[in-house]
Write a new protein. Structure first.
Length: 257
């Protein structure tokens, strides 16, 4: 007695589903505009911010809160100029094309269409300001004084928002997949994301000398945190925009079709 073998064939996927099944790049790194002005502003911004930190270091140690308060407008102006002149805003054609390998002779330049850099920078600044309470809460959770030095912690959070959150909001917007990738450290490294990673690492390292029994004036809250945030954001932005551009800290990179 013989038994007949039955074979089943899987029907081909519809065109739409077959297209969706192909691997896609969810997030491209954001490249600086390929122009002397944009690159000059990008590198010059780091020099200006670090020079401002060095210039105000004595005042920061002696009077942290007033010094941080006075520095906020200058830091905001530097960051606004950097965003408007050096990196494409979220939703712009240049932002969507960022990270793609250009053809021979092709350069990434500003596009006349899409989002306006100035208005996008202002909106990103306002959105970044809204993150200050959340950053304050994170600082407290990681050991900042809860009831003492409240103004110091708020101002520290404000500087962190300007240096690390603002460029990322400007370049990525409120795109949920992008923010999830950033939160999971799966986003490709670029200047905005590198500034965030560096600022977080710098703040963490800056907290190390605070509890040590050295009795130094510069150990008072939040001097070392602010210095760590500035140095970390500068180093992270510089490295992620050059040597580490496009690399991922976690998660495999998905190749384009």
């Amino acid at each position: 007695m013989s038994t007949a073998k039955t074979t089943t064939t899987t029907p081909p996927l519809p065109p739409d589903e077959a297209t969706d099944a192909k691997p896609k790049i969810l997030l491209h790194p954001v490249a600086v505009y390929d122009s002397p002005l944009a690159k000059g502003v990008s590198f010059g911004r780091i020099a200006v911010l670090l020079s401002l930190l060095a210039w105000q270091m004595d005042n920061l140690i002696a009077h942290p809160a007033p010094t941080l308060r006075r520095a906020l407008p200058a830091v905001a102006a530097v960051q606004l100029a950097y965003a408007a002149l050096s990196i494409p805003p979220a939703g712009s054609p240049s932002s969507k094309a960022a990270g793609k390998k250009p053809r021979p002779g092709e350069k990434l330049k500003k596009s006349d269409g899409g989002a306006n850099p100035i208005s996008s920078a202002i909106v990103a600044l306002l959105l970044s300001t809204l993150t200050v309470p959340a950053l304050y809460a994170l600082f407290v959770l990681f050991g900042a004084p809860f009831l003492d030095h409240t103004s110091h912690t708020v101002l520290c959070a404000a500087h962190f928002a300007l240096l690390a959150v603002f460029p990322l909001v400007y370049a990525r917007g409120l795109d949920r997949p992008a923010l999830v990738s950033v939160a999971g450290a799966a986003a490709p490294l670029d200047e905005p994301f590198g500034a965030l990673v560096g600022a977080v690492a710098g703040a963490w390292l800056g907290a190390v000398p605070i509890p040590l029994d050295w009795d130094r004036d510069w150990q008072r809250w939040p001097v070392t945190i602010v210095v760590g945030v500035y140095l970390g954001a500068a180093a992270g932005s510089l490295l992620a925009g050059t040597l580490l551009f496009g690399k991922r800290m976690a998660g495999p990179a998905v190749k384009a079709d």
